[in-house]
Structures are given as structure tokens and as C-alpha cells.
Ligand binder design. Structure first.
Ligand code: GAR
Length: 205
């Protein structure tokens, strides 16, 4: 089995990046993280990537670009230069331009802290709590033009408890994210899938 060459794009704490790198190091996730791109210079994810020995760790400053298209074109150039087959978004908080999405269609993977299609966007955990749902969770899905809208690869459910705050609910969701994201990447690499309509159908099923 050839390891998929992967770039991880991040904006923040990088705990999902960390568990993916740990899973790879344990031999449980057959991907090769060649490149980490952050749009935030102070993202903790950058030092996680450097400490783990990721070969290329790059901060791309949005201020240096006239707009989203130009920023994404710079990222696309990096992704192509390093031969990245998959683009794994792990807490990457920028909306992707449609030219970026069409260039890497089917190869962009995202994790979102809600049970999609409920609660898209940057405030998913607060929105679920305010709405009053009794379960929430996380979704790993393919990225497309629609925000948090691509075909769903995997989901995991957590309870919402009466005393929850945004932070306590997010912490419970992140426990599941940290299990689900590396496991889903491993399944993608080992098993593969077809897309039927909007449905992801795993090869072994
Ligand atoms: C994760 O909970 C992820 O689901 C969320 O950001 C967090 C990043 O955590 N992503 C989004 O909200 C994307 N819309 P991390 O930096 O510790 O991996």
C-alpha cells in the first residue's frame, strides 16, 4: 500500500493535526504528511508540525495577497510543488475559493464540529448549544463549493448535557474528532470509496 502524500492546512491549536501525526507515527494511518500550511503565524499547529518533523511547514500570510483567489493560488502552488494528493483541513478557518476547490476536487477533506448538515459555519458548537439539540458531534467530509457541504465520509455523535458550555461541549466533540479523523483517513487510504449521488460508499461494504 502506497502512503498518500498529504498536506494539512491549519489555523489554530492543531490538536487534530497532532493526533493525525501520532497515528501516522504509530503506523496506524498510511499517509505521509509532507506539508503543513497555516494562515496564522501564531498558530500552535505550526510548532506541533515542526516538532513532529514535518518536512515543509509554511505560514502563508493573507496580508500579502490581494484576495482569496491569490492566497489560494499560492497555497495551490505549494501543494502541487510538494506533490500532495490529499488536502486535509484541520481547523482551517478560511473559506476556499471555487477555483481552489475545482483544482483539488475530491481530494479535500475537512472536519467540522457538528453533525452536518446541521450547524454549518464558524460557530457550530455555540449554534448547536443555543438551538438546544440533545446530541451533537463531528463530521468528516469532502470539501466542495458549498460551505461544510461536501459528501460525508464519517460522523460521530456525543450527548449535549444540561450544564454544557461552549468549551465543555467542544471538548467532548474533540475527543471524538481525535478518534474519527485519523481513523477516517486510514480507511480512505486502505479501503477507498465511491461517490453515489451525495453518498460515500466504502469499497468493502
Ligand atoms: C476543530 O474542532 C474542528 O472541527 C474545527 O476547528 C477545531 C480545530 O481544532 N473546525 C471548524 O470549525 C471548521 N469549520 P484543532 O486546531 O485543535 O485541530
Amino acid at each position: 500500500m502506497n502512503a498518500k502524500t498529504v498536506a494539512v492546512m491549519v489555523s489554530g491549536r492543531g490538536t487534530n493535526l497532532k493526533v493525525i501525526l501520532e497515528s501516522v507515527a504509530r503506523g496506524e494511518c498510511p499517509v505521509d504528511v509532507k506539508l503543513v500550511i497555516s494562515d496564522k503565524g501564531d498558530a500552535e499547529a505550526l510548532s506541533i508540525a515542526r516538532n513532529a518533523g514535518v518536512p515543509h511547514v509554511v505560514y502563508v500570510d493573507p496580508e500579502n495577497f490581494a484576495g482569496r483567489e491569490q492566497f489560494d493560488a499560492e497555497c495551490a502552488e505549494l501543494l502541487d510543488r510538494h506533490g500532495c494528493q490529499w488536502i486535509v483541513l484541520a481547523g482551517y478557518m478560511r473559506i476556499l475559493s471555487s477555483s481552489f476547490v475545482s483544482r483539488f476536487r475530491g481530494r479535500i477533506i475537512n472536519i467540522h464540529p457538528s453533525l452536518l448538515p446541521s450547524f454549518v459555519g464558524a460557530k457550530a458548537v455555540e449554534d448547536a448549544l443555543e438551538y438546544g439539540v440533545k446530541v451533537s458531534g463531528c463530521t468528516v467530509h469532502l470539501g466542495d463549493e458549498v460551505l461544510d457541504g461536501g459528501p460525508i465520509l464519517a460522523q460521530s455523535v456525543v450527548p449535549v448535557l444540561d450544564g454544557d458550555t461552549r468549551d465543555s461541549l467542544h471538548a467532548r466533540i474533540q475527543v471524538e474528532e481525535h478518534r474519527l479523523y485519523p481513523a477516517t483517513l486510514a480507511r480512505m487510504a486502505n479501503e477507498g470509496f465511491d461517490i453515489v449521488g451525495r453518498r460515500v460508499v466504502w469499497k468493502s461494504t
